[in-house]
Write a protein that binds this ligand. Structure first.
Ligand SMILES: *Cc1c(COP(=O)(O)O)cnc(C)c1O
Length: 376
């Protein structure tokens, strides 16, 4: 059996080994230490933002960001329906209710044309709208030029879930810096990994300080254990921050590889009727994942059939996100939908996109896709 080609596996090497070993030998094997401080500093420099807090996951980062943004139990939070469940889960952790909004079918990002009416409707029903979360799907930034003025005039803070978008920009500005707070994930499948990890960033130091306090059990700065708030144990390990620092040094090269893969897919499918690459017009994307949308009628085949063909050759693919308003866990939530996310779920497939893919694996992957297309 040939080796398995994964969707987006971790990409590590000698530099990661060197950083990790150095951290281990330093004795800082704790959720505090010089690599943690340095990782945060290096991320603020990279993003040109004021403050950063490294935590144990992207989900934890979102949870803290929502608390810092002022979300309270009973509030409504606008959440894209087309995203990974963690985005909505974090709102529930705070005791708020997600209100799902559909996406722009071209990118999968929240549809700005629906937003103002959603906020108005919630308010006329007497609900407090505490935040809008925008997600940068597959690394393509949401349409902030449209979203931010709506949030501003409604007086609702925007929180950017940039879990997928480290290294992307929007009109030249780094992803993660568009909201009152932004969050990243360093999960094993993301562009940069610390195996598990995440980060909260903001230009507002008081908000990040609040997150920092809550991430370390809300321990008050006195000698004994004193707690005014119920805190969380969310801090990233210094060892994993060292891993993150090595990955950050390689970030641009890893993104280059992902972009080259996106380019190869785009070239291959440009000549195939009924297919398009999700978010393909975005030259500023980090190209975290490449997803194909297949119009069965025009193509004469389905995304599912391509997935089955590739699975038989030990190549991993995945359907696009099942909309959250379709998930049993969220079936009772309010949702404003156009059918766009349903359409992407029904007709999309995410293809191997990782920077660890070798040339030989890429050759095998593209040969497998071509053999599928030739047989149609
Ligand atoms: C990966 C991801 C998360 C969760 O990050 P974890 O580090 O796995 O907790 C949240 N939101 C989005 C959009 C993601 O893709």
């Amino acid at each position: 059996m040939t080796d398995r080609i994964y969707l987006s596996p971790p990409h590590t090497g000698p530099l990661e080994e060197q950083y990790l070993t150095r951290a281990l030998r330093s004795g800082w094997v704790a959720p505090t230490g010089p690599d943690l401080d340095a990782f945060e500093r290096e991320m603020t420099e990279r993003l040109n933002t004021g403050h950063a807090l490294a935590v144990s996951s992207g989900t934890a980062a979102l949870h803290l960001a929502l608390i810092a943004a002022g979300v309270r139990p009973g509030d409504a939070v606008v959440v894209p329906t087309f995203t990974f469940a963690a985005t909505a889960n974090a709102t529930v952790y705070v005791g708020a209710a997600p209100v799902f909004v559909d996406c722009d079918p071209a990118t999968g990002n929240i549809d700005p044309s629906l937003l103002a009416a959603v906020i108005d409707d919630l308010r006329s029903d007497g609900r407090r709208v505490a935040a809008v979360i925008a997600v940068d799907i597959n690394g393509s930034c949401a349409e902030y030029a449209d979203l931010l003025p709506i949030c501003r005039s409604a007086g609702v803070p925007l929180v950017e879930d940039a879990a997928q978008a480290l290294g992307s920009t929007y009109r030249g500005r780094p992803a993660g810096t568009f909201g009152l707070l932004g969050t990243f994930s360093f999960n094993g499948n993301k562009v940069l990994t610390t195996s598990s990890g995440g980060m909260v960033v903001s230009d507002d130091g008081a908000l990040v300080d609040r997150c920092r306090h809550l991430s370390t059990q809300a321990r008050e700065p006195v000698v004994h254990y004193e707690h005014r708030d119920v805190g969380y144990n969310y801090r990233l390990s210094n060892l994993l921050a060292a891993l993150g620092r090595a990955q950050l040094r390689r970030l641009d090269r890893m993104i280059e590889r992902r972009r080259a893969l996106r380019e190869s897919y785009a070239k291959l499918f440009a000549a195939v009727p009924g297919t398009r690459v999700l978010g393909e017009q975005d030259a500023e994307s980090n190209c975290w994942l490449t997803s194909l949308v297949v119009d069965e009628e025009a193509a004469g085949w389905t995304a599912t059939a391509l997935g089955v063909h590739l699975a038989a050759q030990n190549i991993e693919t995945r359907p696009l996100w099942k909309p959250l308003h379709r998930q049993p866990a969220y079936a009772s939530c309010r949702a404003v939908v156009t059918g766009a996310a349903d359409g992407l779920f029904a007709s999309g497939i995410t293809l191997p996109s990782g920077s660890a893919l070798s040339e030989a694996q890429a050759d095998r992957l593209f040969a497998a896709v071509e053999s599928f297309l030739e047989a149609r």
